[in-house]
Design a protein around this ligand. Sequence first.
Ligand SMILES: C[S@@+](CC[C@H](N)C(=O)[O-])C[C@H]1O[C@@H](n2cnc3c(N)ncnc32)[C@H](O)[C@@H]1O
Length: 271
Amino acid sequence: MGRKKKSRNEARRADKYALYQRAVQVPESDVSFLRRIFKRRFGRPARSLREDFCGTAALCCSWVEAHSKNLAFGVDLDPEPLNWGRENNLELLRKKDERRVELFEGDVLEVSHEKVDVTVAFNFSFFLFKTRPELVRYFRKARTTLKDEGLFVLDVFGGSEAYRAMEETTDHGDFTYCWEQARYEPISNELLCHIHFEFADGSRLKKAFTYDWRLWSIRELRELLTEAGFSKTEVYWEGTDTSTWEGNGVFTHRKSADDDPAFVAYIAAVR
Ligand SMILES: C[S@@+](CC[C@H](N)C(=O)[O-])C[C@H]1O[C@@H](n2cnc3c(N)ncnc32)[C@H](O)[C@@H]1O
């Protein structure tokens, strides 16, 4: 017992889902991006969203808050983040908004409900499908979730820094977010990643989240989306803030881009 144990307990008190949301997600930006690209393509607002791999359903919540006619369906295998999301995200919504979110505990390959305008798979979650047949099967399923006028939107990261072991930290004031690429294996093109959180008292929440992924390139993904039946795919590339040379959070439709050692992009596939 004693001082060391008492002082080094921030990590034990920490809520990994709350930290994840603060460090990783900006659902409001995702919602405005999705609304913008859908409206531009179909000339009408998107009203219904399916969030595959929804975790705590932060995007579903932001979606229903954005408009009183918006509906959201979240799908995740794991009851733990779903329950956290119910207690912490859905509970914070106004009752009339909360009623328009439905969460499903189940496999994205299995769960069905009414068809939607937009289905998303964000935070690279589909990287867990490691073979072409598995990924095409998922893309085919995603296509069936859409109305005739529908968009399936994925995010993807890449660039030379994706293909190596590395660790990167970001200071969030009361905690530090640590993204670790623990192992890159070039023959399988697989990447093992962890998220850790570090605190001012020196304590560390190690491996709060672990991802065992295959890295897919934009070109491969577009080819597989076409194979799965999507009629068209478009890539949205992030602009650069010329004062920091970091991404500026503004994504525009592009046919080609300059080399970038660490990019995040969106692919929008038209049903
Ligand atoms: C990287 S997290 C994504 C969380 C959230 N979508 C985000 O954008 O941050 C991946 C989530 O996918 C879920 N998951 C993994 N395989 C799944 C499957 N086959 N069907 C449904 N959910 C799955 C995990 O339980 C986990 O919550």
